[in-house]
Design a binder for this molecule. Structure first.
Ligand SMILES: [Zn+2]
Length: 155
């Protein structure tokens, strides 16, 4: 297991507990390199989650949609292992959603989680995903959205 802070592979399990439904094992780990503590889990199951779309329509969380939304935004990226990168982001987003412990979530909230991930390390993909999920059509719209995300003016 890789440390999310320093990417060291030398981590140690300090605590392990099953989740409510016994479907996931959560592990508390600490990194032997940077000494950060973090939690991991074996599998993310979001089948209970209902996503509310912009139109107000509700649907069960669909991992494939999340994955392909992110994948679509990586078009043109120079990364050779696109699938791997997208899979990793998808997994991180799922984990973040799980941590919210919600039964319902707005699709835009999911998009915001994705954007926060992309903002850190995948700038071209971030811009494409932003345009995609906000339906951005022109430069001034893009500027407004960028101010929110890049310059931290989130309301
Ligand atoms: Zn570390």
């Amino acid at each position: 297991m890789e440390c999310p802070y320093c990417h060291s592979l030398q981590t140690q399990v300090t605590n392990s507990r099953p989740t409510l439904k016994q479907t996931q094992i959560w592990r508390r780990r600490n990194c032997l390199n940077c000494l950060e503590v973090f939690t991991t889990q074996e599998a993310v199951d979001l089948s209970h989650l209902v996503v509310i779309k912009k139109s107000g329509a509700a649907e069960v969380f669909n991992r494939g949609k999340l994955y392909s939304g992110i994948y679509g935004a990586t078009i043109g990226s120079k990364t050779s292992d696109r699938e791997k990168v997208v899979e990793k982001i998808t997994r991180e987003v799922e984990r973040d959603i799980l941590f919210l412990k919600r039964k319902r979530i707005m699709s835009m909230e999911i998009a915001d989680i994705v954007l926060k991930k992309l903002r850190k390390s995948h700038s071209a993909t971030f811009l494409r995903f932003l345009a995609y999920c906000k339906g951005i059509e022109n430069e001034s719209q893009m500027k407004r959205e960028l101010e929110k995300y890049v310059f931290g003016k989130e309301s």
